[in-house]
Design a protein. Structure first.
Length: 306
């Protein structure tokens, strides 16, 4: 085993040799760039640089290896190298570059006809970013969900739905979180995942209530009741009880419903935590709004749900 300095010298030679292969040379009878020769040289250099902890040089070598693989049409390998670049950026806390490399990886996978692998790459990048650039992480997660849905692979994206909803809640993007929960409910409908679908609908109502948006909370409830699976579910009865508690104007009654109905504790973690905090401040105004909304529906429809 050579020293780190010796290994770095070896990698430098490989990188230099690879670079030469990408430039035409009459002396070497190379009339155009030879990316097939360059690719494995870049890869060997990258591995050595990474082993000795030379992050910036490893990043350069992996990026060039990715470009070389792209040039010769091996998009899968190009994507893998771009992901490795992203991993190195994570260890160096270079968040903007990390997102760029994971997006490149996703593009390579998709161009290669591997859409779900592209979505997976975006989700991995988002996970790496969530504590340092939540806005970009959410955008990447949503793009990943677009791909899963386009591919008809919503089942592979369930963890991503949950991850982005959790991140939205942690960063107080409550309106977006509620929208994502409804989107998840619709995806669950396509999958026949009835239990998750009902919990997602209820979760959206909880988030709207926490965000003091009575109208959207009530509208979500009414829309969900049009879905047969939800209308006869435990979540529907619990939601009705929650709205009735709000309508009463009693903070104690709201807390009692949330505490006694186990369905709230069965929601995904961040959503359940929000439920346990109900009601939020200024709930008296919410109570008035909900009373008006429910009063406009008529007693017969309320009894249908009870």
């Amino acid at each position: 085993m050579g020293s780190a300095a010796e290994k770095e010298k070896e990698a430098d030679k490989l990188l230099k040799k690879a670079n030469k292969e990408t430039v035409p040379s009459l002396l070497d009878f190379r009339f155009s760039a030879d990316w097939e020769q360059a690719a494995p040289l870049y890869e060997r250099a990258a591995v050595i640089y990474k082993q000795i902890g030379s992050k910036e040089k490893a990043l350069e070598a992996y990026e060039r290896a990715a470009i070389a693989q792209e040039k010769i049409g091996s998009l899968w390998h190009a994507a893998k190298h771009y992901e490795m670049c992203g991993d190195i950026c994570k260890s160096s806390s270079e968040w903007e570059r990390l997102s760029i490399f994971y997006k490149r990886a996703a593009d390579m996978y998709r161009t290669a006809g591997k859409g779900t692998s592209g979505a997976d790459a975006l989700a991995r990048g988002a996970k790496a970013l969530e504590d340092n650039d939540s806005e970009t992480a959410i955008k990447m997660d949503l793009e990943a969900l677009d791909i899963y849905e386009e591919e008809g692979k919503e089942n592979m994206g369930m963890d991503v739905y949950r991850a982005t909803i959790s991140l939205m809640i942690r960063t107080k993007r409550y309106g977006e979180a509620a929208q994502a929960l409804i989107r998840m409910a619709l995806a669950c409908d396509r999958l026949g995942a009835k239990s998750s679908q009902c919990k997602a609908f209820l979760g959206a109502m909880v988030i709207h209530l926490h965000n003091q948006d009575a109208a959207l909370a009530w509208q979500t409830f009414q829309d969900a009741l049009d879905v047969e699976v939800f209308s006869s579910s435990d979540e529907a009865f619990v939601a009705d009880a929650l709205f009735m508690a709000y309508r009463s104007g009693s903070e104690a009654e709201i807390k009692r419903v949330v505490k006694e109905k186990s369905v709230f504790k069965q929601l995904d973690n961040q959503v359940a935590r929000v439920a346990m905090k109900l009601p939020s401040s200024n709930f008296s105004k919410m109570a008035e709004e909900i009373d008006q909304l429910m009063g406009g529906e008529g007693e017969d429809e309320e009894e249908d749900v009870m």
